[in-house]
Write a protein that binds this ligand. Structure first.
Ligand code: DMJ
Length: 706
């Protein structure tokens, strides 16, 4: 038998048949193959080994190459943004916060956008804020523009305290069948990554606040209604007072990105299905109208600015300028439109220095004034901002106590900015009346007040929850806003805290949780609204401002309780109302009635976590906040965009989406998440700003006794 012919030999023959020009490469391959076969086994092994070695080397060095390439492209992007700055930059008016410049593309762009709206004199070069490179974020996939992390920007602009951002977003898992929500990618940051950035950020910085507050100084403050001998001036900060920037942990940067991603997701739904309307209905991909004033958009303006969301802010600003009109035949609720719209416009004016926002604020402020034209001067709940008429709800001539006493921060600030005392006068009158009104119970107020008589009605029910909550919050915050010059406010606040301790505090049976219940005609009801979870933050703020230390102790205890209202639920989200178990047992502390199982994406617990973290630096508060954000993402996130309130926090299988995203989710909840996770205590310092009850920061005035 002949052996079968060798393939290489056959191939060579075919090549000759078809000619070189046709199959030259093939011919070469066949020659090589023949030569390869002619090598000894040892020679072939040696060559294979060398090739394998070469391959390993290439693989080992590849990341280095890719890193170099990334550097080159980052630099290109950064240079682009620098260019934007140079082209778009116009003078920043003194006395306002300069553009938020997170040190990455979007925020620099934002600075350019808003700077182009400024009309004041140029800021002295020495007062321009310095830009710190954004910290490096490991393994977070970039969705839009790559984050610029490694080197400082050439143009040192933008407030250094607002630098913890980059342009990346979290991954969203592919949708799972039958599940409403998608989860954001979970990622445990590597602890020692980011060391380089921490090192970089240690250098002292020039304060940007000195530059921005100056213009406010030019705005004369109307005299305080409670303290005639005080001249109230805005806080001025010396640029040299700037503290070195705090080190930034990788974990917090990561969480900040998660908040920005959540905002973008919410905004995506709003933009697509509810643009210019009050609220997004994310499940039905439609919208709900309440006042017809773009409530979500206006409420979210300063959040976008603080988060450094350039494009989103730019579009929203454009809508406010061109579309938002208050010349409309609509009834609006005085309280809600004040805290969300007036408050949102005022704070955005302060953050951006853009006069357009102040003009809009003046417009809505003036249109709300008819609410105060009542026999008692206690305002009606509703105003028609087009007709200039006001009225109480159809079924009563009462107003809610929390509502008439929680418009003060905004109206007082409007007077300060406009030099027109009428706003401050009407709201201070309300506070003076309530201060001397009979019917309080050791500083605790009933829930209703009559607009004819000016007296409390429905006496005997006392709560820190709905219809009374922000009365207590605004006592303290007005006192802080006015430079601590109005003793009646402080007196009422201190008395109220004592009233809470005396009448409303109890501890639960199972875990000894301190909670705030309600008093109903002398009967204690162990019911606590989620709304009450503003209280730990407010108490802590008071203690920070020199009020008794036991306020802080109570704040810590109540914070634990509010946390438990989340963790004891199957979804990790708090119900709207909790009933505490007073019996000693091994069971749960928190019981929830079927009608109270909903969650509206409310902010109060996150708000308090923010205050407590700022004052204690205990990282457990951040971790608790992170768990809440994760639960929101798991149970309330709608894949097509937006977040929804849910009907049942006890049912993780069917939480029951309610098809509504409240404006405060963007105005408050996400903003407080961001501030909670930020390492920068000077980002809206609590010694410079007081947050209204819708999380819109307003400046604290400096009191100078004359
Ligand atoms: C917001 O409008 C404000 O925080 C208000 O003080 C209470 N209700 C919502 C949020 O829960």
């Amino acid at each position: 038998m002949y052996p079968p012919p060798r393939k290489d030999f056959i191939a060579l023959t075919l090549s000759e048949q078809h000619g070189r020009s046709y199959n030259n490469a093939k011919h070469r391959r066949q020659s090589c193959w023949r030569k390869w076969k002619q090598l000894s086994r040892l020679q072939r092994s040696l060559i294979l080994f060398l090739l394998a070695l070469l391959l390993i080397c290439v693989l080992l060095f590849y990341p280095g190459f890719s890193e170099q390439w990334r550097d080159v492209s980052d630099r290109a992007v950064r240079d682009d943004w620098d260019g934007d700055w140079e082209q778009g930059l116009k003078p920043i008016p003194p006395g306002v916060i300069p553009a938020v410049g997170p040190g990455v593309g979007p925020a620099v762009g934002l600075g350019g956008v808003v700077a182009s709206l400024h009309m004041g004199p140029t800021v002295a070069p020495g007062l321009l804020p310095e830009v710190i490179p954004a910290p490096q974020i490991p393994k977070v996939p970039s969705l839009h523009k790559p984050a610029v992390k490694k080197r400082p920007l050439r143009n040192k602009r933008g407030p250094p305290r607002l630098q913890e951002r980059n342009g990346s977003e979290l991954q969203v898992k592919p949708s799972e069948k039958g599940q409403l929500m998608k989860e954001p990618a979970k990622k445990e940051p590597v602890e020692n990554e980011g060391v380089e950035e921490v090192k970089d950020r240690k250098k002292p910085l020039i304060s940007w606040r000195g530059a921005m507050i100056e213009a406010d100084q030019a705005t004369e403050a109307p005299s305080s209604a409670h303290e005639k001998d005080a001249t109230v001036l805005p806080v001025s900060v010396n640029p040299e007072d700037a503290a070195p920037l705090a080190p930034v942990s990788v974990k917090s940067v990561d969480r900040l990105e998660a908040v920005r991603e959540a905002f973008r997701h919410a905004w995506k739904g709003y933009k697509q299905f509810a643009w210019g309307h009050d609220e997004l209905k994310p499940v039905s991909k439609s919208y709900a109208e309440w006042f017809g004033l773009g409530l979500t958009l206006v409420d979210a303006l300063d959040t976008m600015w603080i988060l450094g969301l350039t494009e989103e802010f730019k579009e929203a600003r454009n809508w406010v300028e061109t579309e938002l009109t208050f010349s409309k035949d609509v009834d609006v609720n005085l309280f809600e439109s004040t805290i969300r719209i007036l408050g949102g416009l005022l704070s955005t004016y302060h953050l951006t220095g853009d006069d357009m926002f102040l003009e809009k604020a003046k417009d809505i402020g003036l249109r709300l004034m008819p609410a105060f034209k009542t026999p008692s001067k206690i305002p009606f709940s509703d105003v028609n901002i087009g007709k200039g008429t006001a009225h109480p709800p159809r079924w009563t001539s009462d107003s809610t106590v929390a509502e008439v006493t929680s418009v003060q921060l905004e109206f007082r600030e409007l007077s300060r900015l406009t030099h027109d005392p009428q706003y401050q006068e009407v709201v201070n009158f309300v506070m003076r009346e309530v201060h001397k009104l009979p019917g309080k119970h050791d500083g605790l107020v009933p829930m209703f007040i009559n607009t004819n008589s000016g007296q409390f009605t429905h006496k005997g029910v006392f709560t820190l929850g709905a219809r009374a909550d922000s009365y207590y919050e605004y006592l303290l915050k007005q006192w802080i806003q006015g430079g601590k010059t109005e003793p009646d406010l402080l007196e009422d606040y201190l008395e109220a805290v004592e009233g809470v301790k005396k009448h409303l505090l109890r501890t639960s049976g199972p875990s000894r949780l301190t909670f705030v219940g309600e008093l109903n005609h002398n009967r204690f009801n162990p019911k606590m609204d989620h709304l009450v979870c503003f209280l730990p933050g407010t108490l802590a703020l008071g203690a920070h401002n020199g009020l008794p230390e036991d306020h802080m102790e109570l704040a810590l205890q109540l914070m634990e309780t509010c946390h438990q209202m989340y963790v004891q639920m199957e979804t990790g989200l708090s119900p709207e109302i909790a009933h505490f178990n007073l019996q000693p047992s091994d069971g749960r502390d928190v019981h929830v009635k079927p009608a109270d199982r909903h969650n509206l994406l409310r902010p109060e617990t996150v708000e308090s976590l923010f205050y407590l973290y700022r004052f204690t630096k205990d990282t457990k508060y951040r971790d608790w906040g992170w768990e809440i954000l994760e639960s929101f993402n798991k149970y309330t996130r709608v894949p097509s965009g937006g977040y929804t309130s849910i009907s049942n926090v006890r049912d993780p299988v069917n939480p029951g989406p309610r098809d509504k995203m409240e404006s405060f989710f963007l105005g408050e909840t996400l903003k407080y998440f961001y501030l909670l996770f930020s390492d920068d205590v000077e980002l809206l310092s609590l010694d410079q700003y007081v947050f209204n009850t819708e999380a819109h920061p307003l400046p604290i005035w400096q009191a100078t006794l004359v």
